[in-house]
Design a protein around this ligand. Structure first.
Ligand code: HEM
Length: 118
């Protein structure tokens, strides 16, 4: 078959790379920037171009649970604590399983909101 101008022979394994899809400048503006606000208020992410949980018949079975966990845990964390960067230099991302994580663990300063200063 012909796929995007390429001739794909029978039996060829074709895989989709979520990282490349999510970093595609025609799909996302400033794709490399950490801008979580890009998902606020707009329409539901397009399932064809937002694929952190894969897609098709092997799509992640825990996707809804993972999203619910993130919503609950992150909102509780942000309500109770502030997170600030240290003066450590920026770090690259590295692949851990199916996700990108900070290469050196992302040291940050965690402070309880409303705690006395000094
Ligand atoms: C942010 C969290 C998570 C991410 C980013 C994630 C991502 C993924 C991805 C990319 C796949 C492969 C999909 C494919 O082959 O197309 C997958 C498969 C799977 N995930 Fe997750 N996952 C997450 C959390 C979870 C949780 C919490 C569970 C279970 C409670 C779970 C259970 C599974 C299972 C069972 C599969 C295999 C599905 C199959 O092969 O039919 N995942 N996940």
């Amino acid at each position: 078959m012909e796929l995007a101008g390429h001739l794909v022979g029978a039996g060829t394994l074709v895989v989709v790379a979520p990282l490349l899809v999510h970093r595609h400048p025609e799909l996302y503006s400033s794709p490399a920037a950490f801008v979580p606000e890009r998902f606020i208020g707009g329409s539901v992410p397009n399932p064809a171009t937002w694929i952190p949980f894969g897609g098709g018949t092997r799509r992640c079975l825990g996707a809804e649970l993972a999203l619910a966990e993130l919503e609950i845990v992150l909102s509780e964390l942000v309500a109770a604590f502030t997170l600030e960067p240290t003066d450590a230099r920026g770090e690259r991302a590295r692949l851990a399983g199916t996700v990108l994580v900070p290469a050196r663990g992302a040291t940050a300063v965690l402070s309880r909101r409303g705690a006395a200063i000094g």
